[in-house]
Design a protein around this ligand. Structure first.
Ligand code: GRF
Length: 202
């Protein structure tokens, strides 16, 4: 199964997928990495692993729609079966979802539907949550609103800062992502409205 990973930052989730894909039994391979900005760690991880990359920057296009179409085109070059948004900090638009909706996975550092958006960790702390975590879900047209596939909980400690909490979340987030992406690649994903199940269609 061919994976394209979308990144905007350090790319530790990408790194974990690259570590896993060397094992043929994993069932999925990262065949391309697409970023919305140059000079980020995620692109370095891809290059170090010999995986081709593309950068599609909003600033290079006249409108958000043109950028979105160009992003879809850049991803399509790699003919992915699944797209994994792993720390990609842009909303995917209509053109992208027309092509890859239903097979684009996202990971979010909070227990959705609580604390969606760009600051899930900060917002959970500010909200006084005692438990937060990470969610893997299918991408739809909303912001972190698509059908949930997997979640892992993380306790908030009294002395947590956004940084310490995010680091603990990222540890479980990476493990969840690697395990579930592999299982989805090998077994498939069934979606029934808001409910999802990993496994073949009965
Ligand atoms: C992850 O926690 C992701 O959910 C969030 O940003 C972080 C990305 O980390 N949106 P990395 O770039 O994979 O290291």
């Amino acid at each position: 199964v061919r994976l394209v990973v979308l990144v905007s930052g350090t790319g530790s989730n990408l790194r974990a997928l690259l570590d896993a894909h060397d094992d043929p039994a994993y069932g999925a391979r990262v065949v391309g990495v697409v970023a919305d900005r140059p000079g980020i760690g995620g692109l370095d991880h891809a290059r170090a692993a010999g995986v081709p990359t593309a950068v599609v920057q909003v600033a290079d296009f006249g409108s958000r729609e043109e950028w979105d179409a160009a992003l879809a085109k850049a991803v399509g070059v790699f003919t992915p079966d699944w797209v994994v948004s792993a720390g990609f900090m842009k909303i995917l638009g209509a053109a992208f979802l027309a092509r890859f909706g239903g097979r684009t996975l996202n990971t979010h550092p909070a227990l959705l539907p609580s604390y969606p958006g760009a600051h899930g960790v900060r917002d959970a702390l500010a909200g006084g949550a005692r438990v937060t975590g990470a969610t893997m879900h299918l991408v739809d047209a909303g912001v972190d609103t698509g059908p949930i596939i997997a979640q892992v909980a993380v306790d908030v400690t009294d002395d947590d800062t956004e940084e310490t909490l995010h680091e603990r979340i990222k540890v479980v987030e990476r493990a969840m992502l690697v395990e579930k992406v592999g299982r989805i690649a090998r077994e498939g994903l069934v979606v029934d409205g808001r409910r999802t199940r990993i496994g073949a269609v009965a």
